[in-house]
Design a protein around this ligand. Structure first.
Ligand SMILES: Cc1ncc(COP(=O)(O)O)c(C=O)c1O
Length: 411
């Protein structure tokens, strides 16, 4: 059953089918759709669905607070599983309702002042860029974007020089942006952050579950992610890793609540010792338990094995699509992951996606306003994003390529 048990193959061919069919049988959605929208939301595996359904049943039977108390040990497993996945301690993890919420809560802990610099990349996620612009509008921070290499992806040497020049209050990098398959060298950036002793925030939303993540190796103070994408967990989930260094320095979110702090006297409060200071009291317990099950599932399948198979499937898809007349693969950079983005001549965005929907092929669209720098450089207004995962098959890739070819030829 474990992908890691499969024989080593540079490509995913026949000997892997036995295990794959078990993994697909565990994934109810595989019967209904060709799901190439894992960068949006992965398909739930049966044990993940079961964990959530069991908890909702218990809430209905005995009450919501009582069900949470009954499943307290299982809830703690969320922290243990995620910590094991990213190489942290359980006390360094905070649950959040979305990756964006986790990111905003983390940013709110940094007391930005006029003239402070945020150093980031041209490919950081849209909502992160909006948060930086909002900080600029309210507090007068300066946003500096490190330049890209000619082949795509951030120029780490240039970024290090900018660190030296500006001594930024924060360095922020998105591991894999939403708008292309680019994988940014977050550990290399982290080494420079440690050298200059700078706060470092990493958005690992698209990479967690797709690649091994080790917060020590990355050298970050803060890292955000979601469980719903390549971890195949439920919607409405996110998390924040907070380093011991950051916790010990006393950073706390701007709006801390009764879960994150003790109200120790009428005029005083004490933040919690752990990353729970970044959480809120109210929790979607069924979702948290679904996340625990999803992370456990990913670890059982084996993230190393996933990180070999998933980008490999994407590479085949990208190459085959790029070879079609009137179709252009847009992904650029030294390392490319499982997000495949294409421009298709002769089509508008919505009808093209609708034509794939009609064939039960799940995909997503990105627009210029998702990625002002990247799409400006590529001179495209929209692209179709296809994001396979390890449970997808070569037959599905062939079917998707044939569908795109047929649609393109029809114009
Ligand atoms: C790179 C990246 N960061 C952050 C997010 C935001 O995640 P959420 O929707 O959970 O807030 C996304 C969502 O697509 C993303 O692709």
């Amino acid at each position: 059953m474990l992908l890691s048990d499969m024989r080593e193959h540079s490509s995913a061919t026949a000997p892997e089918w036995e295990s794959l069919s078990a993994l697909r049988a565990d994934t109810p959605g595989c019967e209904h759709v060709i799901h190439f929208n894992n960068a949006g939301c992965g398909l739930l595996a049966a044990p993940v669905l079961q964990a959530m359904q069991d908890h909702l049943d218990l809430e209905a039977r005995i009450g919501g607070y009582e069900a949470a108390a009954a499943h307290a040990d299982e809830v703690r497993e969320f922290y243990a599983e995620l910590a094991a996945l990213i190489g942290s301690g359980p006390d360094n993890i905070a649950f959040a309702g979305s990756a964006t919420h986790a990111y905003a809560t983390a940013l709110s802990a940094i007391p930005f002042q006029r003239g402070d610099v945020i150093l980031t990349t041209r490919n950081d996620f849209i909502s992160n860029q909006l948060a930086f612009l909002s900080l600029r509008r309210r507090f007068g921070v300066e946003i500096v974007h490190a330049p890209d290499l000619p082949e795509g992806g951030v120029d780490v040497d240039a970024m290090a020089l900018l660190m030296k020049e500006h001594r930024p209050r924060l360095v922020a990098a998105t591991h894999i942006p939403t708008n292309s398959g680019l994988v940014q060298p977050v550990a290399e950036i982290g080494r420079h952050c440690r050298e200059f002793d700078l706060l470092y925030l990493v958005d690992a939303c698209q990479s967690v579950g797709q690649y091994p993540i080790d917060v020590e190796e990355i050298g970050c103070d803060l890292l955000t992610g979601t469980c719903r994408k390549f971890l195949r967990g439920p919607r409405g989930s996110g998390f924040l890793f907070v380093s011991d260094r950051f916790l010990r320095a006393g950073y706390e979110p701007l709006f801390i609540d009764m879960h994150g702090a003790d109200w120790t006297a009428p005029g005083d409060y004490q933040p919690s010792r752990t990353a729970s200071r970044f959480e809120e009291w109210e929790f979607p317990y069924a979702t948290v338990l679904g996340c625990a099950a999803a992370v456990r599932y990913a670890r059982e399948v084996g993230v190393e094995a996933i990180s070999r198979r998933t980008p490999d499937l994407a590479r085949r898809l990208r190459n085959d699509l790029d070879a079609l007349p009137g179709v252009r693969a847009l992904d650029r950079g030294n390392q490319l992951g499982a997000l495949v983005t294409i421009a298709v001549d002769g089509w508008e965005a919505a009808p093209f996606k609708a034509a794939l929907d009609a064939r039960s092929i799940n995909s997503a669209l990105s627009f210029r306003w998702f990625a002002q720098f990247d799409f400006g450089d590529k001179d495209v207004d929209w692209c179709l994003r296809l994001s396979p995962h390890y449970y997808n098959t070569e037959d599905e890739i062939a079917e998707v390529v044939a569908a795109v070819a047929e649609l393109r030829a029809a114009r």
